[in-house]
Write a protein that binds this ligand. Structure first.
Ligand SMILES: Cc1ncc(COP(=O)(O)O)c(C=O)c1O
Length: 383
């Protein structure tokens, strides 16, 4: 039996997604910019997909721009907005627990003379709204904050931030990295007063290398890629048609019954948490109870997360020690910022679920984890 609980790193594509990708490669392979019938057919299909995506978040079609995913969306938005405003306003506010695609972009902008304030987080990974308000300066042009953290699943108060920014007389743009929240929280960027948003297809059973940006109507940014002027000049380059078709299918399926899907995943996550608490000693749950539906981060004391991960892998259970991007490096910057002890950081495992998981898999997971933890602790001489 194979149990895949590493869905924050990436998800298994739906079969319908794979079929659409193959269809695009086999049949709809024409360039959507071509003016012959085959090209126009592809252009028409992309238009329908854009429409479906915009509807899923209550946006307008022209507010959706296809990109290669979360990293490109984050880079394009942060660099593109700052580039327009930095002569007059070069201050950015973010947090210490962002994804590397944001943190390393900000680092680069700091090297170029921008000023960045990194908000600290509490023991649950949450920022303090008052600290955000205090950090705002006359030179602040952008606030970039992730909606849901990919390692512990904490949800930031985006709606409150948006509401506060709307009340200010001076415009400050709000960018939200929604890579871990799109399809896991049912929300509309316009209701949250979000100006820019990043989404990635492979986090909800779409293909890798495709995603989209939401850019609120009339908001401007300097494009990172120049060329043929595709995506209204914001993202040049021949459209990734197989990716867009696959993404469109994933969006369609996940939004068919979103609230029910979210409820199902949350129920499985809570079952996993409750059963681990009940059955395994010496653990600490690092994800707060009001976190996102699909992420559960737990530290197993006296055990190295990496060793446990490989132990679990032998029995067909796939998890992660942190984010896929940081798991090959030492330690988690997120758990570090949450002030966990060294033992807790080293012993952390992230279980991340999807709608494809079942209750049977969760109960089997608890059994495998319990036996593995017991084995490893006995090997290293602990009870
Ligand atoms: C919160 C967050 N932002 C951005 C990304 C990057 O997305 P992509 O893999 O599509 O570049 C990830 C992926 O792990 C993520 O979890």
């Amino acid at each position: 039996m194979e149990i895949y609980l590493d869905n924050s790193a990436t998800t298994k594509p739906y079969q319908e997604v794979i079929d659409k990708v193959v269809y695009a490669l086999n049949t709809d392979y024409a360039n959507p910019s071509s003016i012959h019938r085959k090209g126009i057919e592809v252009e028409k299909n992309i238009k329908l997909i854009r429409q479906n995506i915009s509807r899923s978040i209550g946006a307008k079609d022209k507010e959706i721009y296809f990109t290669s995913g979360g990293t490109e969306s984050n880079n394009t938005i942060i660099r593109g907005v700052v580039s327009i405003h930095k002569k007059r306003k070069n201050h950015i506010i973010s947090t210490t627990i962002e994804h590397p695609s944001v943190l390393n972009t900000l680092k680069d902008l700091e090297d170029d003379g921008c000023e960045v304030t990194y908000l600290k987080v509490d023991e649950h990974g949450r920022i303090n709204l008052d600290e955000l308000k205090e950090a705002i300066k006359p030179t602040t042009c952008l606030i970039t904050i992730m909606h849901v953290n990919n390692e512990v699943g904490v949800v930031q108060p985006i709606q409150e931030i948006g509401k506060y920014l709307k009340s200010l007389s001076e415009k400050i743009y709000l960018h939200v990295d929604a890579v871990q929240s799109y399809s896991k929280i049912n929300f509309k960027p316009s209701r949250y007063n979000i100006d820019f948003m990043s989404v990635s297809g492979h986090k909800f059973h779409g293909p890798k290398g495709i995603g989209f940006m939401y850019i609120k109507e009339n908001n401007r940014l300097k494009p990172m890629l120049t060329g043929g002027g595709q995506e209204i000049g914001i993202r040049s380059g021949t459209e990734n048609t197989p990716g867009v078709y696959g993404l469109g299918e994933a969006v369609k399926i996940i939004n068919e019954n979103l609230d029910k899907t979210i409820e199902k995943i949350a129920k499985l996550k809570n079952l996993l948490k409750d059963e681990i608490i009940k059955n395994i000693e010496g653990i600490k749950v690092n994800s707060s109870d009001d976190g996102v539906c699909h992420i559960l981060n737990i530290s197993f004391s006296g055990i190295k997360g990496e060793v446990l991960l490989h132990y679990l892998e032998q029995r067909g259970l796939y998890v992660s020690t942190g984010s896929a991007c940081s798991s090959k490096k030492k330690g988690s910057h997120v758990l570090n910022e949450m002030k966990l002890t060294k033992d807790e950081i080293e012993g952390a495992i992230r279980f991340s679920l999807s709608d494809l998981n079942t209750e049977e898999e969760i109960l089997e997971t608890v059994k495998i984890v319990k036996e593995s933890v017991t084995d490893l602790r006995s090997i290293i001489g602990r009870k």
